[in-house]
Design a protein around this ligand. Structure first.
Ligand SMILES: Nc1ncnc2c1ncn2[C@@H]1O[C@H](COP(=O)(O)OP(=O)(O)OP(=O)(O)O)[C@@H](O)[C@H]1O
Ligand SMILES: [Mg+2]
Length: 259
């Protein structure tokens, strides 16, 4: 089933070079992007810094809107979902590179998860607590950790917390934007394994963004390669890793950390 589609999505930013209005030059951070997210098929997005990966992720999550082209959720334009919009937002969750900036420092893990679950379910407070305890175990943390604040965790643990929070809404899609690049190499593999396991077990479609083609091929069925806002190559992870067609993809492969 097609969960989400971008059709010829383009996002234009204006870089202001001077102080005066009108002196900006426009450029396309995402240029004519078409992708389909199918249920159960993980998609990898790779490309060097500034190639437009996060821009595409933000369009998928409706954090930003394309200047032209369309974003469809289950065949309907996101802008025209009406009452279905809340369901779309629940079903598409994002995990960021640095979990510290995405977790509210003033809220315990439990309070951070509570409101979202309460808004999207009819569970009682006790049931929500039980659900959160289960989620903590799923991501390899202790249930007592629910009462801690974000600063009371290590970097790897914090990323586990943000994965638990994303899972707490039972999403269909999780977009993980460089989820391990702020972590020690030894912890990176643990988090990637966790994402792989959880996406399979919970039938979640993963969109994984990384500089590193090898990381993406470990988790994803299909891969797109971005360069200067455009998709320059796409294929199965196998194809892109073992027989890249584009020179740019070959260069990215040479720069992989895990090989
Ligand atoms: N709000 C914004 N205003 C203006 N330009 C922006 C804005 N957000 C991103 N850009 C520019 O758009 C381009 C693509 O940015 P994007 O964040 O999508 O790249 P990326 O591939 O995610 O890079 P990285 O790997 O460093 O995270 C970059 O040149 C960036 O400077
Ligand atoms: Mg980015």
């Amino acid at each position: 089933m097609k969960l989400l589609e971008l059709i010829n999505a383009t996002k234009i930013y204006t870089a202001f070079e001077g102080l005066f209005a009108g002196s900006g030059t426009s450029f396309k951070a995402a240029d004519d992007i078409s992708i389909t997210l199918e249920q159960g098929k993980n998609l990898g997005i790779v490309g060097e810094s500034g190639s437009g990966k996060t821009t595409v992720a933000k369009i998928i999550c409706d954090i930003i809107q394309p200047d032209s082209g369309e974003a469809l959720y289950k065949g309907r334009n996101i802008k025209a979902l009406g009452k279905g919009y809340a369901e779309y937002r629940k079903n598409v969750q994002m995990i960021f590179q640095d979990p510290y900036t995405s977790l509210n420092p003033k809220l315990t893990v439990f309070s951070a998860m509570y409101d979202g679950i309460a808004a999207h379910s009819s569970l009682t407070k006790t049931e929500i607590r039980e659900k959160c305890e289960t989620l903590m175990e799923m991501v390899g943390l202790e249930k007592e950790h629910l009462d801690r604040f974000p600063h009371e965790f290590s970097g790897g643990q914090r990323q586990r917390v943000s994965i638990a929070r994303a899972l707490s809404l039972d999403p269909e899609i999780i977009i993980a934007d460089e989820p391990v690049s702020s972590l020690d190499v030894s912890v990176q593999a643990q988090i990637l394994n966790l994402l792989k396991k959880l996406s399979k077990e919970n039938n979640i479609t993963l969109v994984l963004i990384s500089h590193d083609l090898a990381v993406v091929s470990f988790l994803c069925d299909e891969v797109i390669v971005m360069h200067k806002g455009k998709i320059v190559e796409r294929g199965t992870a196998e194809q892109v890793i073992h027989s890249p067609r584009e020179e740019y993809t070959k260069k990215l492969l040479e720069a992989c950390v895990y090989r």
